[in-house]
Design a protein around this ligand. Structure first.
Ligand code: RM4
Ligand code: MN
Ligand code: MN
Length: 398
């Protein structure tokens, strides 16, 4: 290696060593669309299987030490299931990541959870959030990640204003229960399942709610939760400016909340978001305090393969964006040298960093090509054999 190559490698290694991304337990389970599910024999159906699959992804990529958990799906008995999670943490080396309350599946949430007109249902929803905070505390999980399906389908059928007040009350009460090292992440989404109004529809509403709740509440940006053509990197820049960026749910989309593999449709957008994060803080950390999480459902692709592909894509785009010469870019921006600034930016995007990543992987005892390594190590074949025949429940739309 020439001196300049080895300096570049050192810089890249420093960046990659610090890059971690959280994977979701639901990414390993059978999921589908509202029209039905195509079951996969290798899909995880128990929490143990989800932890094992997460450990395999971490073994191959070295970048996914934590697993996001959904309370209803992964800890159906609430606090009573914490011990099992702790045992799985010990046996797999994977730690519990963000804790996701589930306020959208119970029948009583038909007209909303924290925003339901019924005080009784609102209080039931709030106690589930408080239980989730307690679960997170026992698991030493920093983040409680809140997504509400609340909203309405027809104009005039709900009081948008009353629901804002109920939401504020619930988030203030939730924030009071946080331990000093915990955070409440508030996710927004413009529509679906509600099709007329959604109670937390965009980053402005989410920002207001975080500010009202307290200093440990932050906005969660799910890349699929925007209207088409919205400038997500500008939202990220604003949230960084306001010190309100809590984290991301990464995925890609073509039309709506498609939950496709990160970078499969528009890798340039992910690069642009990553550039804002690199601008926002020093290169020391993984986007500052912002939690990087994947929120994808792999309906057609093999689940573990899709997850490994996602992590490798995230690493490539993170590294490309990290290597932008930001000093030179700042000078070009200052002098309004538009084409030169744009070419520098685009040039960084087009740079092939895969050889650098392969070198880094080898230097850290990982396989140079993670997807080939996954295919060769036999894990997926083994679980396909072991788990086959156990998934018989096929959900359908009607
Ligand atoms: C939502 C949102 C949440 C996820 C649920 C299952 O669209 O992205 O983060 O937990 O789906
Ligand atoms: Mn999400
Ligand atoms: Mn979503």
């Amino acid at each position: 290696m020439s001196p300049s190559d080895s300096a570049l490698f050192e810089t890249a290694a420093h960046i990659l060593d610090r890059f971690q991304i959280e994977i979701p337990s639901w990414g390993f389970a059978n999921t589908g669309t509202r029209f039905g599910k195509f079951v996969q024999p290798a899909a995880a159906s128990t929490l143990e299987e989800k932890f094992n699959d997460a450990a395999e992804v971490h073994r191959i990529t070295g970048a996914t030490p934590t697993l996001a958990l959904h309370v209803l799906w992964d800890l159906p008995r609430g606090l009573a299931d914490v011990e099992q999670v702790q045992a799985l943490e010990r046996s797999t080396g994977i730690r519990a990541g963000s804790i996701n309350p589930n306020l959208f599946q119970d029948q009583e949430y038909k007209f909303g959870s924290l925003c339901n007109p019924s005080a009784e249902i609102r209080s039931h929803a709030l106690s589930h959030v408080l239980d989730s905070i307690e679960i997170a505390r026992h698991l030493h999980a920093r983040d409680i990640s809140l997504w509400l399906a609340d909203g309405s389908n027809y104009p005039g059928t709900q009081s948008i204003r009353r629901r804002i007040e109920w939401l504020e009350e619930a988030l203030i009460a939730s924030h009071q229960r946080l331990a000093p090292d915990q955070r409440l992440l508030v996710e927004y989404k413009p529509f679906e399942p509600a099709f007329y109004h959604t109670d937390i529809a965009d980053w402005g509403m989410s920002s207001h709610l975080c500010r009202t709740a307290g200093p440990q509440a932050f906005v969660l940006v799910d890349t699929g939760h925007h209207y088409l053509s919205q400038n997500i990197e500008q939202i990220v820049a604003w949230l960084l400016h306001l010190n309100l960026l809590g984290g991301f749910h990464f995925n890609d989309r073509r039309y709506a909340d498609d939950d496709l593999t990160l970078g499969s449709i528009d890798p340039y957008q992910v690069f642009r978001i990553f550039h804002e994060l690199h601008c926002g803080q020093s290169k020391e950390s993984n986007g500052g305090a912002a939690a990087f999480m994947i929120d994808q459902s792999h309906n057609l692709k093999g689940k573990i393969e899709a997850m490994v592909q996602t992590v490798a894509t995230a690493q490539e785009l993170w590294l490309k964006a990290a290597l932008i010469d930001r000093e030179q870019l700042a000078a070009l921006q200052q002098s309004c040298d538009l084409v030169a600034a744009e070419e520098l930016f685009r040039g960084a995007f087009w740079r092939d960093v895969r050889p650098l990543l392969a070198l880094w992987r080898q230097s850290r005892g990982l396989a140079a090509d993670p997807l080939t390594a996954l295919r060769e190590d036999g894990y997926v074949e083994r679980i396909t054999r072991e788990r086959a025949g156990r998934q018989s429940t096929v959900g359908s739309y009607a």
